[in-house]
Design a protein around this ligand. Structure first.
Ligand SMILES: NC(=O)c1ccc[n+]([C@@H]2O[C@H](COP(=O)([O-])OP(=O)(O)OC[C@H]3O[C@@H](n4cnc5c(N)ncnc54)[C@H](OP(=O)(O)O)[C@@H]3O)[C@@H](O)[C@H]2O)c1
Length: 351
C-alpha cells in the first residue's frame, strides 16, 4: 500500500489487519523512521522515483510475492503547478502500474481517486470513465483525472479498479478533523468575510462524507466487493447531499448559536459567478492585503458552489448493501464546525 501516512491509508491499516491478520502488509512510505506501524513491513519508497525508489532486491521479492495493491498516495494540494501535481499523481500512478505489471500473482489493484476528476462537468456524474471536456477547477482534479486515464488503460491487462472518494470533512463519531481542506478553510472565513456576496447557486448540491464511513466502506470494497474493471464512487450521492444554501445556513446557525463572541458579519448573498467578480472588483481597494491570497485559495474550489453537479453511487451502494451505515451529515455537522473553532482550524489541540 502507498499513502499509509495519510488520512485514508492510515485509517485503512487497522481495518486491513483486522480483516485478514494472516496477510503481510507492506507499506511504501517516504520517511519510514518518522512513523510507527506495528505489525507491518515498512519500506522506504517514493512513487515519483524509478522503481519506486526501491532497491533491486526489494523489487524482485515484492514482484514475486505481492498479490494485492492499494495505491492511495497522492499530492492533494489544489494550488500547486500542473507539473508538480503531475509528478506524484500521474507519474506516481504510472510507476505503481508498472510495478503492478511485474507482480505475477497480482489479484487486485485498487487506485484511490476522487469524484472531482469530473472537474466542471454538470449533471449526474456516473460511476464510469470520466471525460475532461468541461475542464477542471484546479490542478489536483486534472492530474487525478490523468492518473485515472492510465489506470483505465491498464484494465485490459490487469485486475485494476478505481475507488473515487468524496470530500472528507471529519469523523462522524466525535467530530474530529485530521485534515483541514477547502471545506474547513471556507468556513474559517465566516467570522471575518468582508464580502457581501459569494459565488454560489443555493440549489447546487455539495457532496460531503465522513472519514470513518469512507475508510470503512473503502476497506469493505477492497476486501469483499472488489471487482476488476469497475469504477466505484464512495460518496453521499444526490439524496444525502445538502444544497449549498442549506450548508451555508447551517454553518452560520452553528456560529451564531454557539460562538456569539465571533461577532459575525451579515450573511452574504449567493450570486452568479459573474456578479461575484464585479463585487470583488468594486471592493478590491478596501479589502485587507491578506484577502487576495485567501481569495486565490478559495477560487481553487469555489466554482463548485455554482455547479449543478451530482455524483451517482447507486451501484456502489448496492454492493455495500448497507453493511457500512452512512452517518447523516446532520448527525455530526455541528461537531465538525465546533471542532474547527475549538482547535483554531488545527492550530491548537481540541479539549
Ligand atoms: N482526503 C480527502 O478528502 C480525499 C477526497 C477524495 C479523494 N482522496 C484521495 O484519497 C487518497 C488519499 O488521500 P489522503 O486524504 O489520505 O491524502 P494525505 O493525507 O495527504 O496523504 C497522502 C499520502 O500520499 C503520500 N505521498 C505523497 N507523495 C508521495 C510520494 N512521492 N511517494 C510516496 N508517497 C507519497 C504521503 O506520504 P508522506 O507522509 O510522505 O507525505 C501520504 O501518505 C488520494 O489518492 C486522494 O486523491 C482524498
Amino acid at each position: 500500500m502507498t499513502g499509509a501516512t495519510g488520512l485514508v491509508g492510515g485509517g485503512l491499516i487497522p481495518l486491513l489487519r483486522a480483516g485478514n491478520p494472516e496477510r503481510d502488509l507492506v507499506l511504501l512510505v517516504r520517511r519510514p523512521s518518522a512513523f510507527h506501524f506495528p505489525g507491518c513491513i515498512v519500506l522506504e519508497a517514493d512513487v515519483t522515483k524509478p522503481g519506486l525508489g526501491l532497491g533491486q532486491a526489494e523489487l524482485s521479492i515484492l514482484s514475486r510475492q505481492v498479490t494485492q495493491v492499494i495505491h492511495s498516495a497522492a499530492d492533494i494540494r489544489f494550488r500547486i503547478s500542473l507539473e508538480e501535481s503531475r509528478a506524484t499523481n500521474v507519474e506516481g500512478t504510472r510507476r505503481m502500474l508498472e510495478f503492478a505489471g511485474l507482480c505475477h500473482r497480482l489479484e487486485r489493484f485498487l487506485h484511490v481517486s476522487t469524484i472531482y476528476v469530473a472537474g466542471k462537468r454538470t449533471g449526474l456524474v456516473a460511476e464510469g470513465p470520466s471525460c475532461s471536456i468541461a475542464g477542471f477547477v484546479n490542478t489536483y482534479q486534472q492530474t487525478k483525472f490523468e492518473a485515472e486515464q492510465l489506470v483505465l488503460a491498464s484494465m485490459a491487462r490487469m485486475p485494476v479498479a478505481i475507488a473515487r472518494l468524496s470530500s472528507i470533512i471529519g469523523d462522524s463519531r466525535h467530530g474530529s478533523v485530521h485534515q483541514f481542506n477547502y471545506f474547513h478553510q471556507s468556513i474559517k472565513a465566516i467570522p471575518w468575510n468582508p464580502l457581501p456576496a459569494i459565488p454560489a447557486d443555493p440549489e447546487a448540491r455539495i457532496d460531503l462524507v465522513s472519514s470513518d464511513w469512507t475508510i470503512a466502506a473503502l476497506h469493505l470494497l477492497f476486501d469483499e466487493c472488489f471487482a476488476p474493471g469497475r469504477v466505484f464512487q464512495l460518496c453521499a450521492g444526490p439524496e444525502r447531499s445538502w444544497t449549498v444554501g442549506e450548508l451555508l445556513s447551517r454553518t452560520y446557525d452553528v456560529f451564531e448559536r454557539h460562538h456569539v463572541h465571533l461577532r459575525l458579519r451579515r450573511r452574504p448573498r449567493m450570486v452568479p459567478y459573474s456578479e461575484f467578480e464585479r463585487v470583488v472588483d468594486k471592493l478590491s481597494h478596501r479589502l485587507p492585503a491578506s484577502f487576495n491570497d485567501w481569495l486565490g485559495a478559495l477560487l481553487t474550489f469555489l466554482p463548485h458552489l455554482s455547479l449543478q453537479q451530482q455524483f451517482d453511487n447507486a451501484d456502489t451502494e448496492r454492493l455495500l448493501a448497507g453493511r457500512v451505515p452512512f452517518p447523516s451529515l446532520e448527525s455530526y455537522f455541528q461537531q465538525i464546525v465546533e471542532y474547527c473553532v475549538a482547535t483554531n482550524w488545527g492550530r491548537a489541540a481540541a479539549d
